[in-house]
Ligand binder design. Sequence first.
Ligand SMILES: [Fe+2]
Ligand SMILES: [Fe+2]
Length: 305
Amino acid sequence: MTKLGDWSNKAWIRLKNDKPSVQRETGYYFKPSLVPVSLHPRVIKAGHDVTEKLQILHLYHYLDGVDTLETEIINRSLQNIFRGVIDLEIPEELKEDAYKIYIDEGFHAFMSYELKNKIVQQTRVQYTRKPNLLKTVDLIEKQMMQVSPALRNLVQFLASATNETLISANLLQCKDKDLRSSVSSYLSSHLKDEAKHHLYFASLFQVIWKQFSLHEKKTLGVILPRLIKILLSVNKENICSDLVEVGFSKKEADLIFSESYDKVPMDMIESAAKPALTLFNKCHVFDVKEVRDSFLEEGFRLQSV
Ligand SMILES: [Fe+2]
Ligand SMILES: [Fe+2]
């Protein structure tokens, strides 16, 4: 049995009765603690419709983010695995699993798109802006451009492996009973697939990292802490524009944002990144001085790995 287990019977795409429905539901569109601006006193004072609209807009950004990241970064790096573009020794079994995960991610992207459209129809809250994680994709692509062309696919792979081994608080909110059922069932089905992807990417990372030369380890390893921060960062531009859309001035939006996210959340980043950091430690990534130093410079303490 591979890391994906009984994929043919257990993957979300293979389970027929698990589609999002948004009929006759109550509850949050997104857990309020994950939309901290919706808990700001000025926002609460503005009333329930405003806080709910902020959650809906946050959910749209999230769903667009999944759609974009999984198709444009994760799936492109999986193609590079199963098509042999990444010219390293990768066991056939891991190539075949890469194909299966490619299908999973394409399906996740479509389910995200479908749920977003259903909520637009139900709530009449439109979503017209540029998807937020296009910015994440842009930032990852910028990191790819920092290395020689021969190494760019490997940066994309590292971004995928990192993303797939982080703990997503957004997915874990599916356990919250107060979340509306269409959102929680979408998240919990996605979470089940992602738990398998985590095992897969952890084992693929081990296979790939040990084949890198010392030069590649140094060049690529120093990018890892930046990739973690890109994948876990908060998109200020989207959050402020959501606040303006629900009626706050630009100045009020900036103030509400800065009072809701007042410190660089390094504790949060390090705790969400713990499985990835543990994996890197297991693969001796931090044994390369330049790599370890780059993590420390980016604010990671590396105490618990
Ligand atoms: Fe996914
Ligand atoms: Fe995944």
